[in-house]
Design a protein around this ligand. Sequence first.
Ligand code: AMP
Ligand code: MG
Length: 415
Amino acid sequence: MIVSMHTWTTEAMVLTFEDARHRVEVEARGVRPASAEQLPLLEAAGRVLAQDLYADRDFPPFPRAARDGYAVRAADLKELPARLRIIAEIKAGASPEDIPKKMTSGEAAGIMTGAPVPGDADAVVMVEYTSRSDDQVEIGRSIAAGENIVPAGSEARKNDLLVPTGSLLDEAAIAVAASIGRAHLKVFPKPRIAVISTGDEVVPVDAEPGPTQIRNSNSYSLAAQVQCSGAIPVMLPIAPDEPSRLHQLIEQGLQSDLLLLAGGVSMGKYDLVEQVLAGLHAEFFFTGAQIQPGRPIVFGRAGERYFFGLPGNPVSTMVTFELFVRPLLEALSGRRPRKLIFLRARLKSEVKTKTGLKRFLPAILSGEFEQAEVELAGWHGSGDIATTARANCYLVIPSDRARITAGEWVPVLLR
Ligand code: AMP
Ligand code: MG
């Protein structure tokens, strides 16, 4: 839907949380990151991979001993205790000539974790189950063929795809890159995300606020979220509730890869963000979601650029970033889309609310695994950053639940 300045109405497109989220995910699928850059391996950690990583050889490249002990033929351990003759000592990294070419019945080879297992051996007995004297080893328990040996190529075959384009380079992906000899990696550049806070009452962080003014916290919480998501915040000045300056700043913000606005999207007389965007021929995908906090969230596109109009109440700003901005930002970073990750915890004390909105309320999660417990942090509404700072997660309350009893397992969104 295209809304121009002339046809602008305040008619809201309010979606359920699920539909709004889905809408963002659909748009994110069409987003392409900028072209790749090359970085040294360690600098690539935390970035998004812009190439497929393939196995340069079999993993492992040789049958690998998984324990310190003795390489044996399992058939030799049918009658116990078995006494075998030690014909070799194989260290990790042993060169091929140190590995016995032939091992006949009644023979064993001392072997260390990570060392290549001789072809005629089919199991490795842990050193704990053996006793040695001179060139003899006595083994007190039997073993199945294959035990404690990782066969060549069992983890991956040469040329297998190990880590695909779009993966976050976490420690495991970095380990793979190192294992296949990549000292440099192609990664996507970090997207640049413009941040504008709006509001006549909002003053810069280093200004002394007047009695009815407040300092700009939203630009900073958003920038922090942007940074933690692997992108670069571009901080623009605070926009007053006045159309021409707001228009100017929005145009500036649309130069970045994504524009985030905070404030000015509610129904008030001076909530001008949608109107100014409409004047820029913006297309709106939704102008509200049935959630608390964050109901007036706006998502759309102006020309090539996506924007979010996030509600100005500081907790709403933070929560709507988590719920809606992240998928688009990740797509701009070149990352493959993922779903929101919830965990479950037992509710400590009863929660009473109203139906109709899906709620994401600041909460405190404690305990681990089956002892995980969660309770509301006891906020005083979506302006309450003090309580939110004490919380460590959001308790998710489905829109059809007015009461959740203590002891129920409830979904929790981490932050
Ligand atoms: P708005 O969405 O513009 O109606 O703002 C809602 C509430 O959030 C008001 O109480 C604002 O004062 C507050 N607010 C708006 N922008 C900011 C900001 N940048 N930092 C902190 N609070 C803000
Ligand atoms: Mg405002």
